[in-house]
Design a protein around this ligand. Structure first.
Ligand SMILES: [Cu+2]
Length: 206
């Protein structure tokens, strides 16, 4: 089966929630001027999700995270060959943009491939246009993708037959990240999050 098994998905979601929780606690402790020893220890666990990237868009242009600073960024990772998870995620992107109406101009939806070997700019272009022409699709070298994956704490794994089967699958986490205009992590959603809740979360930050 493509996508993720439920226990694994749950583990990833819990890991993200735990990471966010640690961040919240550390901020509270720091704000309240906790003891120096706590400050040091908690500081090590500060879960910065997201970060700089330098990738290639579907027009072949180099794009960096800084290009999206004037907008809220909605980020999702996947691959065009994905039979089920990614189409759902991109449909959710399209639903969110529709529901936002004119406010959609304030949001930059970004789809980053986990499969740069097959997802060329041309393939990404025709794929995301099925969902919304507003979506920016990004690819790049395996190294550049992996650096971005690491920054966003995304899980992915190529199927074991990837070297021999051209139709190989990629197991991956399915999380939507909402990033602020400063590029910093705000919150995240899953594909099960109702679009209206995502829209409300976005509107509250416009
Ligand atoms: Cu997928």
């Amino acid at each position: 089966m493509p996508g993720l098994t439920r226990p694994r998905l749950l583990a990833i979601v819990l890991a993200v929630i735990a990471g966010v929780g640690i961040g919240a606690i550390s901020h509270l402790l720091l704000r309240d001027g906790g003891p120096a020893s706590v400050r040091e220890v908690v500081g090590l666990g500060d879960p910065a999700i997201g970060g700089p990237f330098r990738l290639i868009d579907s027009e072949g242009r180099e794009r960096s995270d800084a290009d999206f600073r004037s907008k809220l960024m909605l980020v999702e990772f996947g691959y065009t060959f994905c039979p089920d998870v990614c189409p759902l995620g991109l449909q959710l992107f399209a639903d969110i943009l529709d529901r936002l109406g004119p406010a959609a101009d304030e949001v930059a939806p970004v789809f980053i491939t986990l499969d740069p070997a097959r997802d060329t700019p041309e393939i990404l272009k025709s794929y995301v246009q099925h969902f919304s022409p507003r979506i920016t699709a990004l690819t790049g070298s395996r190294e550049a993708i992996d650096a971005t994956v690491k920054a966003y704490r995304v899980y992915y794994r190529l199927a074991s037959d990837a070297a021999t089967n051209p139709n190989y699958l990629v197991d991956h986490s399915a999380i939507l990240y909402l990033m602020g205009r400063d590029g910093k992590f705000l919150t995240h959603f899953t594909h099960e999050t109702p679009p209206d809740r995502v829209v409300a979360a976005i509107r509250s930050r416009l």
